[in-house]
Design a protein around this ligand. Structure first.
Ligand SMILES: NC(=O)c1ccc[n+]([C@@H]2O[C@H](COP(=O)([O-])OP(=O)(O)OC[C@H]3O[C@@H](n4cnc5c(N)ncnc54)[C@H](OP(=O)(O)O)[C@@H]3O)[C@@H](O)[C@H]2O)c1
Length: 283
């Protein structure tokens, strides 16, 4: 980056937040839930009033999708009300707000690839809270970027890749769903693309972003074991055989031409990014 930027990164201990920490630019200020709870609107206002930030990248979120079904208030506080706080503070202090949202906001009833103009049918508390957060941003602040992403994993935190690696060492075979189709997204790629977007001009709006290629979770699991040379049999099962408190979209096929056309960014193929993450885990 360069001296024109002064960027606050919230939720810095999460998967995406940690990727920004790994980049570790001097233009970044990192805050965790302990140092800045984004649900505390006074604290958010004070933080911005006393600083000179050009951008906030909001990596903070309530992401426990199933638990959200029984923690609706908390989920909405973090994913909707706190996002409203951030948007109001950013608007007041002339700060650009970059926010990360989810493919769950779409939850389509068909198998067609999804662009940003597709109708949203969020199902479940988490999905509804993410769309509510987005809507606050769009209503409050013009200078924003919302990135809708899917199936996030990284070498940090808990995610599908790390769960498969752990289970793959303990078991000879695993049941993994094969009828949810989407694209995994390496959190490091999210951090990189956000920085490219910030440096690439003022093109406000909502953008889909994930790695390239549409696969099922079962295919993802098989590739993780293949790249790690683990002999694990993946039994493909339908979602109906793996009930969860919150419903998952069967179709998460995000079209990414808006982000590639407007920002001229190159997307990484999912297997390539997986390889990078596994290498990172080795280190
Ligand atoms: N993970 C996925 O598969 C996925 C898919 C699509 C979209 N997304 C979106 O991508 C973004 C980043 O996800 P992620 O996987 O990096 O999430 P994550 O690993 O769960 O990190 C979220 C971070 O936010 C912090 N946080 C929670 N409540 C907060 C509060 N009130 N104030 C400040 N910080 C708070 C959490 O702290 P604690 O750990 O202390 O709670 C955690 O460090 C989120 O917006 C998420 O909705 C994720």
């Amino acid at each position: 980056m360069n001296n024109n930027y002064n960027i606050l990164i919230t939720g810095c201990e999460g998967q995406v937040g940690k990727e920004f920490q790994k980049i570790g630019d001097s233009d970044f200020t990192f805050v965790s839930r302990e140092t800045l709870d984004i649900t505390d609107s006074d604290a958010v206002q004070a933080f911005l009033r006393n600083s000179n930030f050009t951008h906030i990248i909001n990596c903070a979120a309530y992401t426990a999708v199933d638990k959200a079904e029984t923690e609706k208030d908390l989920c909405f506080q973090v994913n909707a009300e706190a996002v409203k706080n951030l948007a109001l503070a950013c608007e007041k202090y002339n700060v650009v707000l970059v926010h990360i949202s989810s493919d769950y906001v779409y939850h389509p009833n068909n198998d067609l690839p999804i662009d940003e103009a597709s109708t949203c049918h969020p199902k479940g508390v988490y999905a509804e809270s993410k769309l509510a957060g987005e809507n606050h941003i769009r209503q409050i602040i013009k200078r924003h970027i919302i990135l809708r992403t899917s199936w996030v994993y990284s070498s940090f935190g808990n995610n599908f890749v790390k769960t498969m690696l752990r289970l793959g060492k303990e078991k000879d075979s695993l049941n993994v769903v094969n009828d949810q189709i989407g694209s995994p997204t390496y959190a490091a790629d999210i951090a990189s693309v956000i920085l490219e977007m910030i440096q690439n001009g003022e093109k406000w709006g909502t953008y889909n972003f994930s790695n390239l290629g549409f696969i099922s979770w079962a295919e993802f699991a098989k590739e993780i074991f293949k790249q790690r040379k683990l002999e694990v049999i993946v039994n493909e099962i339908p979602t109906s055989d793996y009930p969860t408190p919150a419903s998952r979209p069967l179709n998460s096929r995000l079209i990414k031409s808006k982000i590639t056309d407007k920002f001229n960014v190159e997307l990484s193929y999912w297997k390539t990014s997986l390889k990078k993450c596994l290498k990172e885990l080795d280190n």
